[in-house]
Design a protein around this ligand. Sequence first.
Ligand code: SF4
Length: 351
Amino acid sequence: MKKTKFSSYSLNGISEGCKLCVRGEKSVLFIGGRCSRNCWYCSLSDFRKKTNKIFINERPVKKIKEIIEEIKESNSNGVGVTGGDPLINLNKTLKILRELRKNFGKKFHIHIYLPLNLVREKKLRKLSFYVDEVRFHPSIFLKKDEKVINDEIEKIKKASMIFNKKIGIELPCLPNKEKAIISFIQKIEDFISFVNINEFEISETNQKKIENKFKLNKDTYTIKNSLETGKKILKYLEKKKTKLRVHLCSAETKDLYQLRNRFLRRKILPFGKRLKNGNVVYFVVFENPKENIKKIRGITKNIFFDKERKRILIKMEDVSEVYEKTDLKIARVEEQPVFGNEIIEIQWIEK
Ligand code: SF4
């Protein structure tokens, strides 16, 4: 087992989808919040749950054209398709994936998360035209009888043939559940090529249930002993000389690497300065942009009119000159480079 440079832990390397993901090269396609399951630990927000809303990264979309636009703006080399259950409206899922293949070609990497309830051979075959990697979510943490679990194992075996073993499982790492997780892995080990285990985190929706059952770490959003349980699983599998690629993805991996690296690749507006944390700083004049743009143009040509937000962006090196020669209020604005630019902080430059 080794610690990766992305603050995660791995055994025998990580899956192709994970490699792109930690480098920020994947966009996240949320294909609707309706699900065939109702996991007690589900972290989906109420806003997304039980709806047909589609998001690509942070952007809500109605048309496939918008999905393609966002992938281009994010400079992504692939997508991770998630939900809800993407099989609930398989035709919609297939329609979108077909367009992505058509637009981005064979090398564009598509992985998909699937709960197993609705998995059938015919559906998997249809998906296999477009999908490179499947991550199944077994129901081992739900109170299911053995028959259900055995059924899921059979479905995974079938999928193994259809996807040429480019399949795996992905699970939240519930503390002290190493026995259940290892036992399931061992039953399917010969039919999958990877296992992804995620450090367990609290969300707005699962908070109450989780706080009743588990203790939190000092950061107040990760669950005590989750990471340790994951490490125990990796160590055990290492001892057993597994050939599986096993990835224990920490909360830090998601926040500090996956998200930040995605931000660092995203297209930004002219005269923005990227910060190490992935955010972008602009120097902005908000008031009367249409009139003031002429005033500023007399001082510098290094300005940009941001039509969407109705504001003027000034090149950092020219800010002091504009500041001295006009009475305009200029702000230093730090934003996340996501669709619609999420403002983190506005600091007014004092006169
Ligand atoms: S399968 Fe996934 S999306 Fe569906 S309820 Fe469970 S955790 Fe939530």
